[in-house]
Design a protein around this ligand. Structure first.
Ligand code: C2E
Ligand code: CA
Ligand code: CA
Length: 417
């Protein structure tokens, strides 16, 4: 288990300085409330030892503390205090023969006015920035940070409205067989059709969705709409062999997932879940195993996304036993550049996969050279701008019609009308 106590913010003013810390007390959940209380006492001790005699410390929430530093050199003092706290909180402690780990994130805000109304909020904004940069950091508030935070808030509000107004929809990127270019499936990719901003890419709105806890909901929308599209096309004689959807950790852990998939039966085509390589499958391995078994039982194929970019290990592969791995775009891009080792690495991944019956998809293919090399290295399926960008439903239908000739029955399903 990884246990952390996030110490949240330190606010500071020339006249007054407040800070707050927060422990995301998973320690409570894992080791019980007595252990959690013990950690809080340890943290309180660290805070006391880190501040000066005239500074103030308050616990403002379950896992949040605030420190007020009222000194002439408040900014310098706050930074020194933050560094001390972060260093001390990195040290694990032993409680009841168990090692407990936690960390601190700190936001610092400064004011030289008596009016401190915005101070907590500013420290919150700085804290947010510190957390976004990684754990165990501190950040100083600045007006630019506030602008970014306000812009994010606007985007978050718009996204909530967009979801309610049915503005989130999938685009579809075709996948073709490496052997003969047959159309073998597609990846559904989320898009946000905003009435003013136009088409917003997932790189912009998914991080916001994640923070709002909406990723699971977006995944559900994309899955439903993709299956509806495949059904509609099938009724019009256009066969989609397989739809792959991206599935976030949150969605995967959603209790109702398997039931929802049952409710959507009969599926109009094969269905694959793309799981990000960055999901830590080793954590909580038992519950993952249960979900993955359930998915397999329902006939959902598993694809391990962005393989080669993150942390997935051979153990992950063995445990997950995906049907397919998707070679990450960066590795594909390295194929026709001078990056040494890319070819042997891809070949080794392919051979390892083949030895345990896993297929290999290469994504982000942009040049015929990449396609040729990757085919030689053992990739089975290709996806990338060389074949098509992600397409709206009407454009997909057009693409399929134009590429119908290269569809081979048995691989791609029925050639298209
Ligand atoms: P991904 O799953 O790795 O998706 C592939 C991304 O690569 C897509 O970006 C696609 O447009 C882009 N791409 C495909 N071929 C090429 C190529 O030849 N060259 C280049 N330069 N790019 C190519 P997109 O649509 O912006 O999606 C970005 C990421 O957002 C996806 O990366 C995926 O992780 C995430 N995402 C998209 N839709 C969903 C969704 O419905 N749910 C979840 N959880 N994540 C999604
Ligand atoms: Ca993907
Ligand atoms: Ca990918």
């Amino acid at each position: 288990f990884r246990i952390r106590l996030l110490l949240q913010k330190v606010e500071q003013t020339l006249h007054q300085n407040e800070g707050s810390f927060g422990g995301q007390v998973t320690i409570n959940d894992v080791f019980g409330h007595v252990a959690g209380d013990h950690v809080l006492c340890v943290v309180a001790g660290i805070l006391k030892d880190s501040v000066g005699i005239k500074d103030y410390i308050a616990r403002v929430g379950g896992d949040e503390f605030a420190i007020a530093v009222v000194r002439a050199d408040a900014l310098g003092a706050a930074e020194r205090i933050a560094q001390r706290i972060i260093a001390a909180c990195k040290e694990s402690i032993v409680y009841d023969d168990k090692e407990l780990r936690f960390g601190a994130s700190i936001g610092i805000a400064l004011t030289d006015q008596a009016d401190t109304a915005d101070l907590m909020e500013n420290a919150d904004i700085a804290l947010y920035d510190a957390k976004a940069a990684g754990r165990n950091r501190y950040a100083l508030f600045s007006p630019e940070l506030r602008e970014i935070a306000e812009e994010k808030k606007r985007l978050a509000d718009a996204l909530l409205k967009g979801l309610a107004d049915n503005q989130i929809c999938p685009h579809f990127q075709p996948q073709v067989a490496a052997s003969d270019g047959a159309f073998v499936g597609l990846e559904a990719l989320a898009r946000w059709r905003h009435p003013v901003m136009g088409m917003v890419s997932p790189g912009v709105f998914l991080p916001v969705a994640e923070e709002l806890g909406l990723l699971g909901e977006i995944d559900e929308v994309i899955l439903c709409k993709s299956l509806e599209m495949a059904k509609r096309l099938k009724e019009n004689g256009v066969n989609i062999p397989k739809v792959s959807v991206n599935v976030s950790y949150r969605r995967l852990k959603c209790n109702a997932l398997l039931k929802r998939l049952e409710q959507m039966r009969p599926w109009p085509c094969r269905l694959a879940f793309e799981l990000l390589e960055t999901i830590d499958f080793d954590q909580d391995a038992d519950s993952f195993a249960w979900i993955l078994d359930g998915l397999r039982h329902l006939g959902v194929e598993i694809e391990l996304d962005d393989f080669g970019s993150g942390r997935a290990s051979i153990t992950t592969l063995l445990r997950l036993r995906p049907d397919r791995i998707k070679i990450d775009r960066q590795l594909v891009a390295a194929v026709d550049s001078e990056v040494p080792g890319a070819h042997p690495l891809i070949k080794a991944i392919g051979e390892m996969g083949k030895s345990i019956g896993i297929q290999m998809t290469a994504e982000g293919i942009e040049s015929p050279v990449q396609a040729r090399v990757l085919s030689r290295l053992g990739c089975d399926v290709f996806q990338g701008f060389l074949y098509s960008k992600p397409l709206s439903e009407p454009d997909l239908v057009q693409w399929i019609k134009e590429h119908g000739a290269s569809c081979v029955p048995g691989i791609a399903g029925r050639p298209l009308s």
